[in-house]
Design a protein around this ligand. Structure first.
Ligand code: GLN
Length: 253
């Protein structure tokens, strides 16, 4: 009889162990995915006028990735220059903000596989016939967003004539008010601002090298390969294409 009781007890214990009772939780990683972004970068991340809600390609993409990882996405909007420091400090788990993959950034953070092909462009007011190519910017005032690849490019091209702003709204405001002659910003964003704000501005020339966006995580984060896997799955399943078409129509990638 004693034998049976012992057997029963050990079976119970095994069952209990398999079901994970007794307060022992297996390590499931964080349930909440804290995401940093900067929301003056339409159509990647932005707010419609008067709305608090964030929209955009990046927002849809990270929500789809969050679903794949079985994590609840929580988005924090902050200055562009605060994004990489936040991911480094661990205040956010990742950043999605149209961040271009560069060797300098890859030295301080992990960057995912590319998820979007982009590139910089020059924007000028209509009627400005002096600027057609990057070299024409020499000695001219150019507006850019702080810490972006556009700022880096503008510094190289114009020397000390760069005016750096926290938000892209201020960047385009400077162009409108003609305190600068040009803006350097990512081309899909330039297109969006010109169209949506009905700016009297145009994209001048087409001669910057391509750039690719990546999702930023802490260096050697266990999250990086999981993001790459989720991205690959979304591309495979056609979900990525759906999000792309929602924001860019049938434009070529
Ligand atoms: N792609 C640019 C960069 O990485 C600009 C990004 C942005 O302003 N959100 O610097």
């Amino acid at each position: 009889m004693k034998k049976y009781v012992l057997l029963l007890l050990s079976i119970l214990m095994m069952l209990c162990f398999a079901a994970g009772c007794g307060g022992e939780k297996k390590d499931e990683g964080p349930k909440v995915l804290k995401v940093g972004t900067e929301a003056t970068f339409p159509p990647f991340e932005f707010r419609e006028k008067g709305s608090k809600e964030l929209h955009g390609f990046d927002i849809d993409l990270i929500n789809a990735i969050g679903k794949k990882l079985d994590m609840k996405v929580e988005i924090l909007d902050m200055d562009f220059e605060a994004l990489l420091p936040s991911v480094k400090r661990g205040n956010v788990n990742l950043v999605i903000a149209g961040v271009t993959i560069t060797p300098e950034r890859q030295k301080v953070v992990d960057m995912s596989d590319p998820y979007f092909q982009s590139g910089l462009s020059i924007v000028v007011n209509k009627g400005n016939t002096a600027i057609h190519k990057p070299e024409d910017l020499k000695g001219r005032a150019v507006a850019v967003q702080i810490e972006t690849t556009g700022e880096e490019k503008a510094k190289k091209l114009t020397g000390d004539k760069v005016k750096s702003f926290k938000t892209n709204e201020e960047v385009f405001q400077a162009l409108k008010e003609k305190t600068v002659e040009a803006v350097i910003i990512d081309k899909p964003v330039a297109r969006y601002y010109i169209k949506k704000l009905a700016l009297d501005a145009v994209i001048a020339g087409d001669s910057f090298e391509p750039e690719a966006y990546g999702i930023v995580t802490r260096r050697h984060a266990e999250l990086t390969p999981r993001i790459n896997k989720a991205l690959a799955e979304l591309k495979q399943s056609g979900e990525y294409d759906k999000i792309y078409e929602k924001w860019f129509g049938k434009e070529t990638k």
